[in-house]
Write a protein that binds this ligand. Structure first.
Ligand SMILES: Cc1ncc(C[n+]2csc(CCOP(=O)(O)OP(=O)(O)O)c2C)c(N)n1
Length: 368
């Protein structure tokens, strides 16, 4: 039976930007365990991000899309997903991939332009990063449709940005998700920018979540810097999807604290005061101050965790930098299951050239 959603868009927030509780906390958030886990993972995400940008700036990584500002959204969602659920990520969801079992060194390899980094062996059915905007929304519906046909209790999670909601693929995906009651959760990281296009020029709808209503599906808006609000919405949406109770759109309101990517310079279009306000609301400091106030996280915990996180990331960087490059001919290995004859010939030429180069190199080394 189709369940057409006739409710309103709600906004939820439990811990505000001043780290004050403004809505009574659910039971799980009245003890430290999960909140500390979320905090620790967000710190890793931010450290990884800083390191990746430094690698790019020193010519050791390709163009990189920062996740600074969306750590809460990604950490909470990935932590609540079960192994059986399927992640359909876009290009900012590094920490989700890490939580789903991908090695940080593989994530760096991907951003270094090496297809081996796209190996999602840990979660074989998760999709790789999607760079073409919003196309992943329809892929997610395809996967959710297969799950439904097989009568499995699994959810598909589709990540996207605010700009992606303006692409035709998004309403098409919502429509089919509604009509077929697909087990899919769309999570919009509304970081207020689509490269240089601000949210105000993206859509004049007061919320992006309300786009769900046109498709008859449930839409909610949450503070995307508040792990508690995110936890509550995402947990329920995942459960509804797994129970066959239909799709959900969650608009998580956050702020992009970085340039769009390392190929961008946001100082050319973003007012400094907007960035300052973004930093005042950001998720990591907000949770740290809350944990401090509860007496659940002290300076020594912070120092120890920063050390551990730095070491974990440095190990990943070392592994990435020590990975021998692929031969040039590998460019042919990731496009087709069966290479067309013309490309097959080109591949043979590339292979024999790299073999010749290898022989010449060996010869040189033997002579010296
Ligand atoms: C189909 C398509 N059109 C244009 C682009 C170029 N492009 C890359 S990122 C981007 C903005 C996306 O903004 P948003 O969806 O808000 O995500 P954000 O990067 O802010 O997280 C655009 C237009 C693209 N990658 N794919």
């Amino acid at each position: 039976m189709n369940i057409s959603y006739k409710g309103q868009i709600t906004f939820s927030q439990f811990i505000n930007e001043h780290s004050q509780v403004i809505t009574p906390l659910p039971e799980w958030a009245q003890v430290d365990k999960t909140l500390i886990e979320y905090y620790k993972l967000m710190v890793i995400a931010r450290q990884f991000d800083n390191k990746a940008i430094a690698l790019q700036r020193t010519g050791q990584l390709g163009t990189y899309a920062s996740s600074s500002g969306c750590e809460a959204i990604d950490v909470v969602t990935a932590s609540l997903m079960s192994k059986e659920d399927v992640l359909v990520p876009y290009y900012r969801n590094h920490v989700m991939q890490m939580i789903r079992g991908m090695k940080l060194s593989d994530i760096l390899l991907y951003w270094g332009g090496d297809e081996r980094g796209n190996s999602t062996a840990a979660q074989a059915e998760d999709l790789p990063n999607c760079v073409p905007i919003a196309t992943q929304c329809l892929h997610a519906c395809g996967i959710a449709s297969a799950i439904k046909i097989r009568d499995q209790q699994r959810a598909t999670v589709c990540m996207l940005g605010d700009g992606a909601t303006s692409k035709g693929d998004f309403p098409e995906a919502l429509n089919v998700a509604g009509v077929w009651q697909l087990p899919v959760v769309f999570i919009i990281n509304n970081n207020q920018w689509a490269i240089s296009v601000p949210r105000s020029l993206q859509s004049i709808a007061p919320t992006l979540a309300q786009k769900a209503l046109g498709a008859g599906i449930r839409g909610e808006q949450v503070d995307g810097n508040d792990v508690v609000a995110l936890h509550q919405s995402v947990e329920q949406a995942l459960q509804r999807a797994r129970d066959g109770k239909g799709p959900t759109v969650i608009e998580a309101v956050s702020y992009r604290l970085s340039d769009h990517t390392t190929a961008d310079d946001a100082t050319r279009y973003r007012p400094p005061e907007a960035l300052k306000s973004g930093w005042e609301k950001e998720p990591i400091k907000r949770l740290r101050d809350y944990l401090h106030a509860q007496g659940w996280w002290q300076e020594n915990n912070e120092t120890e965790w920063l050390q551990q996180a730095t070491q974990q990331i440095q190990e990943a960087v070392d592994e990435y930098l020590e990975t021998p490059p692929q031969p040039v001919s590998s460019i042919f290995d990731y496009l087709y299951a069966d290479l067309p004859a013309q490309l097959s010939k080109q591949r043979d030429i590339a292979v024999s050239r790299s073999q010749n180069q290898g022989q010449q190199q060996n010869h040189k080394e033997a002579q010296s």
